[in-house]
Every structure is written in C-alpha cells, then in structure tokens.
Design a protein around this ligand. Structure first.
Ligand code: HSE
Length: 296
C-alpha cells in the first residue's frame, strides 16, 4: 500500500453518433492529472482549467464522492485540463480517475467492471446523470461499448480525431430533455445499422467506415440546434477531409474523425467556421488513446 500515487485520466467522447448512451472513446489529449496522498480524512484541492467553478467540499466534489463511496480517507489534488461542460467527459474523468487511483493505491482488488460502476455512481451523485459511456472509456481506454452489464473494448490505431470545443454552454440535462422519448422504426433501423457498422469500422481500423457510421437520425438533428454554426462547422470539416463529424456527448464540442495527416487542416477549418458564426473555439488534435494510467 503506497503513500502517494499520481495518475493521468483522459477526456472521453460519448455516443459517436449512432451509439447514443452506448459508445465512447478515450482521447489521447486532453487529460487531467490526479494525485492521491494518505490522509486522515477526505480532502480535495483543485488546480488548473475552470477549477474555480468546482466545489472542493468533498461532499459536493465528484472525486470526494467517489472516495466516500470507497470509504477511503485520502487527499486528492486534481490538475484539470479538460474543459468543463464541454461534452468531453470532464465530470467522468475525476470519477474514473479516483476509482482507479484508490483501487491501485490501496490494493482494493476491484475489477475494471466494478470500477466503472463505482465511478458511474459517483458521477451520478454529483451531476445527476449516470451514463457509463464516459467513465468506461476513461477506465478501459480505446473504443468502448457499454451495454447492460457488458463492457467491450477495442483499441483501434491511428484514427485521427479533431475535437473542437466552442464557447457555448450546453447543459446535458437540457440536451437530454429535448430528445423525443420514441423513435420511428425507420430511424431505429438506420441508427442500429450505423452502430453495427461503427463496431466493424473500429475492429478493422477503417476510417471511412467509422466516419460514415457516425451519421445518426433524430438525436443529432435536435441537438444541433444548441450549437451555433453547427451546419457550417460540419460542412467545413468534411470539405477539409473529415470522414465523419458528430457532436461529442451532449455537446457543444464537435468531433471529426479523419486520417492523422488531415487533422491540422480540419481543426483550422472548423475553428474558422465557428468564428464566422461569431463563436470562439479551441481544437484538440488527438487520436483514440489509452485509459487512465499510473504516472508515479
Ligand atoms: N450519452 C450521453 C448523452 C453523454 O448524449 O446525453 C452525456 O452524459
């Protein structure tokens, strides 16, 4: 049992279009760094991006809630890099990182499936929403399918990802509330077909198939209304070489899948399209990456 542990835990992108609440990928960047030190009670320290908006009261902080679920008194210091409320799993990262970190440091012997459940529970207690489609890829890495009690992960290689985060506020609660409760048989069939071909695309490292399979009915169309410039940004990414574009999680970040060499051009095109719509944005040029990992 160690006295100290330092980990990195990545941003994640849920849904990938047709896999609503089922698919997620871990991104290589951005990632948060979390340090754990032995302590006589749960203490939280926050540093870095948007940290002033995050409570340090352990009862209201996601990492603190996860430590309390695991019954471990520990000092947790979080260095944030993942933008808040971006659709890039900023609340899943501390939940997944804390579950993983405490399991490692205190040799608790939880399986990865159990860590996903603990992290999802912690995320729900803090944010009201429990979708393991962000915590699961943060823990497993790669492309992850979360369905019923099953978590299946694949590690595709050299899939270029450009994630462009616009300065727009989208609440996940609202982005879920505006969705219809039912889809037509035709739309279900379309989304099921694309979800199935997405899995094959990931298995074969087939960027074209992955890109095509990101198209989805109903969900994206409704949520696109929350993202100013959506249509133009999407079009500009495709013209710059993206094989597919979708909303990351509940947004507002938009992600494009492409060849690794096309990432810079696509990022420029998407930022410029947002800017033509008077929206500032920031691009993360990345790829599908590994999950949470120990640094020290
Ligand atoms: N699958 C979720 C959604 C991700 O799209 O609402 C956000 O938690």
């Amino acid at each position: 049992m160690g006295e100290y542990l330092k980990i990195s835990v990545p941003a994640t992108s849920a849904n990938l279009g047709a896999g609503f609440d089922v698919f997620g990928v871990a991104l290589e960047t951005p990632f948060d760094i979390i340090e754990f030190e032995k302590s006589d009670s749960i203490k939280i320290e926050m540093h870095g991006r948007d940290s002033r908006y995050i409570p340090t009261d352990p009862k209201r902080n996601i990492a603190g809630i996860v430590a309390s679920i695991m019954k471990i008194p520990v000092k947790i210091t979080i260095h944030r890099n993942i933008p808040l409320s971006s659709g890039l799993g900023s609340s899943a990262a501390p939940a997944a990182g804390t579950a993983f970190g405490l399991n490692e440091m205190f040799s608790l012997g939880h399986s990865r499936e159990e860590l996903v459940q603990i992290a999802a529970h912690g995320e729900k207690a803090a944010s009201g929403a429990a979708h393991a489609d962000n915590v699961a890829p943060a823990i497993y890495g790669g492309f992850v399918i979360v369905h019923k009690k099953n978590i299946i992960s694949l590690m595709p290689r050299s899939i270029g990802i450009v994630a462009v985060h616009p300065e727009i506020i989208v609440s996940t609660r609202h982005a879920r509330a505006i969705l219809p409760k039912k889809l037509s048989l035709e739309d279900i069939s379309f989304n099921t077909g694309n979800a199935a071909s997405m899995v094959v695309g990931m298995m074969k490292n087939d960027i074209d198939l992955i890109g095509e399979s990101m198209e989805n009915r109903v969900i994206e169309e409704i949520r696109s209304n929350l993202i100013k410039g959506y249509a133009q940004v999407r079009q500009s990414a495709i013209e710059a070489g993206a094989r597919g574009v979708t909303i990351s999680g509940s947004g507002p970040t938009m992600i494009a899948v492409c060849r690794m060499d096309d990432r810079e051009n696509i990022a420029k095109a998407m930022i410029s399209a947002f800017s033509e719509n008077q929206v500032k944005s920031e691009a993360f040029i990345t790829t599908i990456g590994k999950g949470v990992s120990v640094l020290e």
